[in-house]
Design a binder for this molecule. Sequence first.
Ligand code: UD1
Length: 428
Amino acid sequence: MEKFLIRGGRKLVGTVRVAGAKNAALKLMAASLLADGPIILTNVPKIKDVYTMASVLNRLGGLVDLDYRDQAVIDPSSYSGYEAPYELVSQMRASIIVLGPLLARAGRARVAMPGGCNIGSRKIDLHIRGLEALGADIEVDRGFIDAKARRLVGGPVKLDFPSVGATENVLMAAVLARGATAIENAAREPEIVDLATMLVEMGAKIEGIGTSTIQVEGVDRLSGVTHEVIPDRIEAGTLLTAAAITSGDVTVEGACLDHLEVVVAKLSDAGVKIQATPDGIRAVGRRPILPVDIATLPYPGFPTDMQAQIMALLSLAEGTSVITENIFENRFIVADEFVRMGCDVRIDGHHVVIRGVKAISGVPVKAPDLRGGAGLVLAGLVSDGVTEVSGIHHIDRGYEDLVGKLRAIGADIGRLPDINKVEALDSL
Ligand code: UD1
């Protein structure tokens, strides 16, 4: 079983470059189903979820070439299938994002039900109701979402909650539907803006991009395009928090301050010095870490995907912080692992009360999910002794070479069983 080994205590110092955004790249890849020419994506992160999405698209007949640097070249001319099987959807829930574009392209989609996941039940009712509002006929039967539509027809779609995935599925269905669609209470995440921007470059007619009402006028065809994926704001936030927790001084090159306003505001409240640089964001960590209260919310609120990392930081604050999780149930599952490391973290419904402790202990811990895993790595960076993080397949899903990036700025971290390659841990 692969693990990360981290010896805590090193200040992280230096410059590190942020990768392209996972949550944008996956959707941009799925949008190739809508194109009638090649889609070339640049700044694509080399992460497991991207490879899984490539497998989903391969299964549908698409030709995906990920071999050249950070590019994905997708030739949509051979798309022929309409089924995303459980073996792939179960690896990555975001596979359901092919539902809308498949319906638009093929008039048929069979996508395995994603099932539960470690951060809560994550329903799909909003995706289904949104696509039904565009005329799709959808049945959920024997573990599959089975959707059909001769030609989708635009119309009003009101989402009960600004779901990221539902907004994207409906948007990708609407761009090739007949007539006008208005998506109300749409999610406004930067990754949705990136998707809508690429769709416009492909020839789609979309207004209200980045607002909570997205208006679409359907077109008959969309062309191929070359598009650069936006920077990953969650990876950037994680690296800034790594600087903060180690009292380090790290510049995250390529990070976009506009996408991280609330995160950097909360880091500043915690005592971190944040500075915009010509091409990124610099964080200088200081002691004491100050307690901060945080509530996760849809964008532009504090991202739920940064909650575990900030929990690690606040575990060392001088005082008590409260984090309120408003997006996902069960997203405090990592809290038990923090407690094993000596943190004082208590869950009360959808709140977690964090009383700052003086030190974090290096012990074996298990990543319960992607971002929880990142939070444990951050705690490991300041632990007394060696922290062993297992379950790192979760972290590989969404972080490109996290070990390499942290080592480049001074962390003492290595990956087992590649331990022989890890000079810094020779003494272990
Ligand atoms: C996306 C991101 C994920 C991030 C999340 C919230 C991707 C691949 N993943 O996930 O990293 O944490 O946004 O910012 O982009 N819900 C329903 N019914 C639905 C859909 C969602 O009730 O049909 C609920 C979910 O259970 C959850 C909440 O809405 O409680 C938010 O989910 P959503 O915004 O859809 O997140 P994802 O698109 O799955």
